[in-house]
Design a protein around this ligand. Structure first.
Ligand SMILES: [Zn+2]
Length: 107
């Protein structure tokens, strides 16, 4: 195995590992607190009449509050997960499959 290939394989594994971390962090459960669905900001102590998030301005009619125990998507980590997954598939998985098929079929 050549050095550039070894570096490429290690980079692919690290990228894959980071993709898993990003996907796990994107899906979160609010343990004991009420949170903003749009940005994840803690809404404890907020007046019930308040109709939008003080952090991001998201309207609660558009983004219903995340209640304790509910699962929600952390938008920032979800965006990171999408970017890293695209890099992993396009940069490492597809070339890896092409390389494997090429090696198996070449004499
Ligand atoms: Zn918010």
């Amino acid at each position: 195995m050549s050095l550039p290939f070894t570096i490429w394989v290690i980079a692919g594994l690290l990228c894959g590992l980071f993709a898993i971390v990003a996907v796990v962090r994107a899906f979160r459960r609010s343990k004991q607190h009420v949170r903003c669905r749009a940005c994840g900001h803690l809404l404890s102590g907020l007046s019930p009449e308040q109709t939008q998030c003080p952090e991001c301005g998201g309207l609660f009619t558009q983004y219903p509050k995340v209640m304790p125990g509910q699962l929600y998507v952390d938008i920032r980590w979800a965006k990171i997960a999408v970017v890293v997954l695209v890099i992993e598939v396009v940069g490492f998985l597809l070339p890896g499959v092409v390389l494997l098929v090429y090696q198996l079929w070449s004499p």
